[in-house]
Write a protein that binds this ligand. Sequence first.
Ligand SMILES: Nc1ncnc2c1ncn2[C@@H]1O[C@H](COP(=O)(O)OP(=O)(O)OP(=O)(O)O)[C@@H](O)[C@H]1O
Length: 322
Amino acid sequence: MSDPIIRIEGLDKIYAGKSGSGKEDVGSFQALRQVDLSIERGEIFALLGPNGAGKTTLISVVCGLASPTRGTVWVDGFDNVKQYRDARERIGLVPQELTNEAFETVWNTVSFSRGLFGKPPNPKHIERVLKSLTLWDKRHNRLMTLSGGMKRRVLIAKALSHEPRILFLDEPTAGVDVELRREMWEVVRELRDQGVTIILTTHYIEEAEEMADRIGVINNGEVILVEETNALIEKLGRKQLTLQLFDPLDSIPDSLATFELALSDTGEELIYSYESSSKQRDSSGISTLLRALEAAGIGVKDLHTRQSSLEDIFVDLVKERA
Ligand SMILES: Nc1ncnc2c1ncn2[C@@H]1O[C@H](COP(=O)(O)OP(=O)(O)OP(=O)(O)O)[C@@H](O)[C@H]1O
């Protein structure tokens, strides 16, 4: 963790308050606030945040599509404003929207993208990219004849056409079905295995949890947390023990007041929340609780535990900051 491929320091982005016509002042809007972030070589980094959090803005600034108001971004050592071309050439961007040229063939559209970066043609590279994305058999097809999944893969192929070291995927699986989502995850993992650093944005927590080595949470333009995925789940995760009772309770007896308990609406279930971090994996809390229940004459029919997911963690974090 010492040689980041992307370094972002003190980044602010304020959109000027002009209406579409540019005449009317509609008030400026700060979309990024003092963002400091480093992306390590070869990792998959997920930027997780609700709608409007600033994910696309952050990507746009790093990719040089939007200018920073303050702060600096280095891409593989190059300042992305002062050394724009060197920085940009290292980046591939898969945008959120499917904007493909319907009548163009797969081969032409991907080759053309490479040309946009001023790179000389390299049919071998294009062949490699298309094969790795299982698009080779479709290379002579017009884009309009492809399935949704294939069209998404064409976007990735275009982004990889100029041999970037870093790939940004903006909401790669927004609105796609579960099967396609899994297929996209597989493609992304393979790219990482080939040495490409991946930064993806998502508001699907499952996606971040499944894919990312590290997760950054962004809310209201602020990066509020950056953590290794496993550590995040471990550190902030809580477990819940649900106890199904023989006889429903009206309220939680005073003798159980020391435990963090909640009663279900029907009174048939007691829900006990406790820390699940490794330091506190001592489950004595549970046996003490069970003894206390017995002493209070409360019979337990069944029980099960549940690890709180990143979803709960995320909701809590965003709530805390609201
Ligand atoms: N060109 C613009 N001019 C003014 N405000 C903008 C502009 N682009 C984005 N914003 C505002 O900046 C904030 C962040 O938008 P952004 O698109 O970065 O969010 P996001 O996290 O990518 O959201 P989503 O998950 O919905 O794509 C939003 O409040 C948005 O309205």
